[in-house]
Design a protein around this ligand. Structure first.
Ligand code: FAD
Ligand code: UDP
Length: 364
């Protein structure tokens, strides 16, 4: 009998598995997909690591997490600086002096602040939704050109029906700084994300192509405890109802070009273009290959059984999740962790932090 059966080989499962093995416990990892790594998995194409489940940029302010991942891989010095394309007009992201100067022809931070202050008067009192939050942060011009269309296609609903916190992920700066993140540490693993997962899972027994919820009987009794990182509602066979997710569809093309768009991430912020971003993967690793791979990312309605990409954190889903969390707390032999089991819009560093904390509690 194993000490732990780990369901899912994404970052949560892989970090927990690594820590458990290090602590002398026996572990078995099972994974529904044919490949390990969850959403950070990449496929190498002609020397270019193609991010199969969406572009991933590692960024963190947790020193311990940064040191942890650096034990396994070296990180390059990539800094994410996406460009927004609104009907062919290009703007730097996140919202900073370069964006403001291009949009309004202003020069100083004071002039930018005055423009935003003038446009912000449209909102009275505490912002109640994403639209109000966005206008109060950056004014109506940026909201209209760079936020509204992108957000509504990304989430498939109006900005007035979305929570304010989603837009607070993006920095707003009165300096000429195009770094998309405020975090202290940032980069892409040299040689790609698979190296990180492979190092974490080194020496650990992994079975791919196995869906725990479909063959639970077979695995029941195989381990003293289960670490479950799949969707929490699926674990309980949706008995309280289904949590909603936002889906994605990726269209990848090989182009006989050295440099297609000059940047790893270009956001298409108008509503009429059906995709949200175009990723040119080679730029994450400063690739010089004679060809390039680009991926269009299309937001999609999600149906049960499809890959679940983003939790939809509205009131209905949060309430339902709370009820599932109560059921989960009663499962004494099962630990629920990660983005799907906790129904949380977690970044990679938060997942690692949470897996390490969980391992720390569990493996004393
Ligand atoms: P996952 O990676 O989803 O792993 C869960 C694993 O469990 C999957 O492999 C799944 O197949 C498996 N599984 C599920 N159910 C079962 C089952 N029943 N049986 C067996 N296996 C099962 N974070 C960042 O920090 N920076 C970024 O730039 C970034 N970009 C992102 C872009 C996109 C499009 C998305 C969707 C997410 C992004 N993230 C980013 C978040 C990042 O992907 C997650 O924080 C992290 O990968 C989550 O790890 P996890 O182990 O919790 O979940
Ligand atoms: N967003 C936007 N315009 C952009 C980029 C982002 O309006 O050009 C908004 C959008 O609502 C998105 C949120 O900011 O959901 C968070 O963006 P982030 O890049 O953090 O999203 P992720 O990479 O997690 O998809």
């Amino acid at each position: 009998m194993y000490d732990y059966l780990i369901v899912g080989s994404g970052l949560f499962g892989a970090v927990f598995a690594h820590e458990a093995k290090k602590a002398g416990r026996s572990v078995l990892v099972i994974e529904r997909r044919e490949n390990v790594g969850g959403n950070i998995y990449c496929e190498e194409m002609e020397g270019i690591n193609v991010h199969k489940y969406g572009a991933h940029i590692f960024h963190t302010s947790y020193k311990d997490v940064w040191e942890y991942v650096n034990q396994f891989v070296e990180f390059n010095n990539y800094v994410n600086s996406p460009v927004a394309n609104y009907k062919g007009e290009l703007y730097n992201l996140p919202f900073n002096m370069n964006t403001f100067a291009k949009l309004w022809g202003i020069v100083t931070p004071d002039e930018a602040a005055a423009k935003i202050a003038e446009q912000r008067t449209a909102i009275k009192g505490e912002p109640q939704n994403l639209e109000e939050q966005a206008i109060s942060l950056v004014g109506t011009d940026i909201y209209t050109k760079l936020i509204k269309g992108y957000t509504e296609k990304q989430w498939g609903r109006s900005c007035t029906e979305l929570p304010a916190f989603i837009i607070k992920r993006l920095p707003v700066r009165y300096t000429f700084d195009n770094n998309y993140f405020n975090d202290r540490y940032q980069g892409i693993p040299v040689g790609g994300y698979n190296k990180l997962i492979d190092a974490l899972l080194d020496g650990i027994e992994v079975r791919t192509g196995v869906d725990y919820n479909e063959c639970r009987a077979e695995y029941e009794g195989m381990a003293k405890k289960v670490v479950y990182t799949g969707p929490v509602d699926a674990y309980f066979d949706y008995k309280l109802g289904q949590l909603e997710y936002r889906g994605l569809r990726f269209e990848t093309e090989r182009l006989e070009e050295v440099n297609h768009q000059g940047v790893a991430v270009m956001n298409y912020t108008e509503r009429e273009v059906p995709y949200t971003r175009v990723i040119e993967h080679k730029h994450f690793e400063f690739g010089t290959q004679p060809v390039t791979y680009v991926t269009k990312e299309y937001p999609a309605d999600w149906q049960p059984g499809e890959e679940a990409y983003y939790p939809v954190n509205n009131e209905r889903n949060q309430n339902l999740y709370q009820q599932y969390a109560e059921l989960a707390a009663k499962e004494e032999k099962v630990i629920f962790g990660g983005r799907l089991a906790e129904y949380k819009y977690y970044d990679m560093d938060d997942v690692i932090k949470s897996a390490l904390a969980c391992a720390g509690r569990e493996l004393q």
